[in-house]
Design a protein around this ligand. Sequence first.
Ligand code: ADP
Length: 811
Amino acid sequence: MSEKKIIVSKASPRKQETMPVLALRGLVLFPHMVLHFDVGRAKSVLALNEAMSNERKIFLVAQRDIRDDDPTGEQLYRVGVVGEIRQILRTQGDNLRVVVDGRYRGRLLNIDENGPFFSGVVEEYPVRERITNKALCDALVRTVKDLFEEYCYLTPKMPKDIVNGILASEDPFYVAEFIAGNIQLRYEDKQAVLEESSVIKRLELIAKLLENENEILSLEQDIHEKVKEQIDKNQREFYLREQMKAISSELGEGEELFEELDRYREQIRKLSLPQESEEKLLKEVDRMEKMPPNSNEASVIRGYLDTVLELPWNVHTKDKIDIEKARRLLDSEHYGLKKVKERILETLAVRKLSPEIKGQIICLVGPPGVGKTSIARSIAETMGRKYVRLSLGGVRDESDIRGHRKTYIGSMPGRIITALKQAGSANPLMLLDEIDKLGNDFRGDPSSALLEVLDSEQNNAFRDHFIEIPFDLSQVFFIATANDRSTIPAPLLDRMEIIELSSYTREEKFQIARRHLVAKQLKRHGIAAKQLSIADSALYEMIDYYTREAGVRNLERLIASVCRKAAVTIVSKEDTKRLSVTAKNLSTYLGPRKFRDDELTRKDEIGVANGLAWTSVGGEMLQVECAVMEGSGKDQFTGSLGDVMKESVSAAITYIRSVAGQYGISKTFYKDKDLHIHFPEGAVPKDGPSAGITTCTALVSALSGIPIRHDVAMTGEITLRGRVLPIGGLREKTMAAYKYGMKTVIIPAANVPDLEEVEDVVKEHIKFVPAERMETVLETALVRIPRPVIEPPAPAMVPVGERGEDTSIRQ
Ligand code: ADP
């Protein structure tokens, strides 16, 4: 760079003077600047004294090594500044505080070290020069000013007047020297600036130093800010916590809260849960610590922890399976139910032999009141397990099973977890009541959640949405109950072993009442056996005329209400010795009979057939009525019939049309007669094909005018060709027939093997007629066989489309 060329002014010879020399330690003075410093070294004090007596001039020059206490002349830099002492103050001891004005730059030509202080010949060493490249110089000045501005920004302590003075100046010499003199630099760097005689180089040097300095400062500031931030955060938290503690203790809560938290932590550790679960719970306690104790969030966590801690995490009862004892207990608590008891004992025996085999889940299926719940309770008792019942009727939502997340207000665990809490052990016998009534709609499928509960592969880590941590359900003994096997969701049915309980006969009901229900209700009402006797006749009366059910639930209720009424009498009339309830006085306890026998016809009638139906409350006998009127071939079916039932009626009509002649029925009946078929108890919806043969029989009777035997009942599906197809629920249906005193029951031939299930008393009293075809049914049910209509031979040639079934009648 050509502009680097420095032309030192040589116009006048340089001034040379002898004067005292003072070594500066770690300081560099610049011309036109004022320096304050303390002086303690004897040599320096003497030099100052000398200067004071001689025009106050002194040469101030830095020593090379600041650690040197007594440097030789060699150890001083050559270039320094001639200064004029402005002031000397005496401070502590011999120390002096000196204020010196920098005058001009000087160079030490030689130094005399022999005297009591240094003195030397100093030559003026000016920097003033001509600036050949003004643009470069201006650019440099600007750069240096920018950098200096940045420097000032990073060190806000810089006095304003210095800053403004430097920024306002355009003089490159002044700018360079003033900046060097006023910023924090190592003394070596300051010395380097002082020694540099080229103004351009000086500016470049300053720029470099400033740049370097700025970088260090901004790094320093970053570090400082980070540290401050951290400290601020910690301090803030600390401060807030302290404040919270103070407020809590002011409110008298603090101690309690900390005690509560510690209690939770201890309880959690005591549960000895898997590590992950324990950590999760402890984290909740930590979260609670950070919340105001009465806030909503804190009470949600408190509720959560309380619920979780109340669960029987590692509480197990010991199984005691003794088959003989179990048999005795089941027998003593339940009358009959032989097959059921056997199946249950078998299951228990298997459990005893290999407790690890989880096996199938038992599902007790049967109408209400036949003892499903109470058998399950007895099983729990014989096994020595806790018993808990969980009703699934109407459960439509998955969260009923699994619970709601605890973030919802008022959320709770699902029914499974609630039941476990209630049981108080992790291996209770859990009765899943009415599993066939499980709903399934848009709110989610509860049966799939239940499937997970019952699946032995998955249920060792059942997750409730509320509890969040897994609970082991694999030790729970599940028993389900259902009224109707066909409505149990198929995947659940797959996993279960069905044990059927059927309706009770009149005799069974009577025995159950006499042996169990009466004693149970007397005890419950605090009545001694000698105070109240319920005669057998009264029990039969209740069974026959006050209840119509498959089980004994209503019967038990009736006995209870007899007991209640009796209790009132016993309490109010103290002289009452013994009350006795018989068939005769039962109505004073229970009011008039609810059902009457004579609802059903007791004589042979035309168009009335006894059908047998099956409902979830057991078998029923229904009389199908059929009326034929002159008309125009309109059919009317009444009695709340479902589609399948209507179709089966239509099938019967079609069949009759095809065989009309054979039974002496007018072949045009479907055109000129109106038919009305009615199923009684019109308000009760009915469906199913099993009334097919009954309807057909009633129709044939009505159309042919031949009465139907009143003591014959029947059940069976009919096809268009008159075949009789099998039906279900034979046991219940035949029991109903027996109850109504039927002598003969017509059943589909294919149902004959099912007769094995039919109660012995029923078989003793009823003659079963298996029917393969409708002809058998009619032969058995009608009082006499209708005579066929003798049909004349058909005309030899009948044009297509003109031949009708009614030709024979018309002639
Ligand atoms: P389910 O659960 O089938 O609806 P429950 O178990 O509730 O029926 O039975 C109703 C009442 O009848 C209970 O008090 C029960 O003890 C009693 N019970 C039912 N069957 C018998 C039986 N075979 N022996 C003794 N009591 C019975």
